[in-house]
Design a protein around this ligand. Structure first.
Ligand SMILES: C[S@@+](CC[C@H](N)C(=O)[O-])C[C@H]1O[C@@H](n2cnc3c(N)ncnc32)[C@H](O)[C@@H]1O
Length: 225
């Protein structure tokens, strides 16, 4: 279902300037942009300190990253979301709660290399990425070879991807892709809420919806070798 455009969208996005560090695309063609445009983030300048940096791709309404940032005060967080209407909720949440260790990129994940320095990210969170089961849309899946190639550049040695999904098929696909792309897969569960990992789990908006319908949640960690 298409979400209605929020009122005063542009003015509200402008008011979130203190937490918004990148927006839009430098040129029409994402591939060209990813290869040729660079406006790399200066983390100490952004956060006023040097701390480990973690990244959520497709942060939606920001409930997850806001809670994680409050729990992990010693870490800095970047949250990427392509949809301006959606990321606005996340940015306003972080501004209202005065959370100082989160910044947002309102961009497509395809152009992350334009902004994120290579080898600078400790962990990437993929929460309920759209499974896109149609064969013709494989390249758009956030765990396809194309995206794993991007994450491998951004992650530091030994860095990891934490994935959660409601889709068993997408989970199987992702586990296969992680291994094919040189990641070591660990901490796999196909029923997160009844597993040893439930205690520290932060429930996202989509997770709450799926879980309320009785759908078990899959979760795994892929470590870069
Ligand atoms: C199914 S929602 C999940 C939202 C949230 N992570 C949660 O668990 O509640 C997937 C989100 O990823 C975003 N998204 C999809 N493809 C993306 C891409 N290539 N770059 C950035 N964001 C993307 C969508 O706009 C959407 O908000």
């Amino acid at each position: 279902m298409r979400m209605r455009r929020k009122r005063n969208l542009e003015a509200r996005v402008e008011a979130c300037a203190p937490v918004l560090v990148a927006r839009g695309k430098p040129c029409k063609n994402l591939k060209v942009a990813a290869e040729s445009y660079r406006a790399l983030l200066d983390y100490p300048a952004l956060f006023g300190r040097s701390a480990p940096v973690e990244l959520e791709v497709g942060c939606g309404n920001g409930a997850f990253i806001a809670e994680l940032a409050k729990r992990e005060r010693g870490c800095d967080f970047l949250a990427v979301e392509v949809c301006t209407n959606v990321v606005l909720t996340a940015m306003e949440r972080v501004m209202e709660e005065g959370i100082s260790n989160v910044r947002f990129l309102n961009i497509a994940a395809e152009i992350l290399p334009c902004f994120i320095p290579e080898g600078s990210v400790r962990r990437i969170y993929l929460n309920f990425s759209t499974p896109l089961p149609e064969a013709g849309r494989e390249r758009q899946r956030l765990t396809s070879d194309r995206f794993l190639g991007i994450y491998k550049k951004l992650l530091m040695p030994g860095g990891e991807i934490v994935q959660k999904t409601d889709s068993a098929d997408f989970f199987d696909y992702s586990l296969r892709k992680f291994r094919e792309n040189g990641f070591c897969v660990k901490d796999v569960t196909r029923d997160l809420h009844n597993s040893e990992y439930a205690k520290d789990n932060i429930v996202t908006e989509y997770e709450a919806n799926f879980s309320a319908k009785g759908v078990p949640i899959c979760r795994a960690v892929a470590v870069l070798q």
